[in-house]
Design a binder for this molecule. Sequence first.
Ligand SMILES: C[S@@+](CC[C@H](N)C(=O)[O-])C[C@H]1O[C@@H](n2cnc3c(N)ncnc32)[C@H](O)[C@@H]1O
Length: 274
Amino acid sequence: MDPRLQLRVQRYGWDAAAQYYQDSWSAQLKPAQDSLLAMAGLEPGMNVLETACGTGMLTFAAAQAVGESGHILATDMSGKMIEKIAQLANQNNVTNISFARMGAENLDVEDNSFDIALCALGLMYVPDPRLALSEMARAVKPGGKVVATIWGERRNCGWADIFPIIDAQATSEVCPMFFASGAPGIFAADFAASGLGDIQEHRQSEFLKFADGDTLDQAVIMGGPFAMAVKRFDEETLLQVRREFMASVAKFKNNDGSYAIPGEFVTVSGIMAN
Ligand SMILES: C[S@@+](CC[C@H](N)C(=O)[O-])C[C@H]1O[C@@H](n2cnc3c(N)ncnc32)[C@H](O)[C@@H]1O
């Protein structure tokens, strides 16, 4: 897939998802974001760069950890996500975060200027994740840390049939490389290829819980990168997509109508050489 097309599909897909994303995903993604924060070991006063910040689920926790003497530069390619996170910061009087719309592969930041660079659940969407990691590595000071989380292996993510279901109806694939680095050792190898050392890999399996089919539908179909692709489907096609997706996750439905769908996450950290 042409990387420029992939960037456009992602940018406008996430713009369309911004209004649903946080409410749909905050509980399900928290265990992975918590692992990232634990591996990051943020301390008061640190200067932090974040790639693909979304609505700030990780950002606000990081801002609290670094305190008033620290600072977060939160970046994302989606203008709507940046609007949303800035609005939330304003509402909650959080003053130690600044925001910028930036693509992960081309960060407009100085070399060696951050203590740590973070990215939660963003690098599966980037055409060249190693380039994005190299950008994060470039931005941190010698001895600084890069920590990122992605989804794990396709076979361990029970909702993954949504990709072929949407792709069968869309004019271009939405996430061609989504699981490319999810198998053991691959994301760690991406870190090594991006100039990072002392690499640690943490894998975790979770159940993603959704109260009912409507909440699950909203999260997966409207609250993620497919949001733009589905806007172009006619009513019949959208209904068909919804039916096929619900059939693909029927085995994870509980008697009370709620869902518990397996998901795997991988968090890797690496250090920039002195
Ligand atoms: C699943 S959300 C993760 C948001 C947040 N980090 C979190 O943990 O909730 C993925 C984010 O990646 C962003 N994204 C996708 N492709 C990107 C790219 N090439 N550069 C920067 N951000 C990108 C999207 O706009 C979206 O906000």
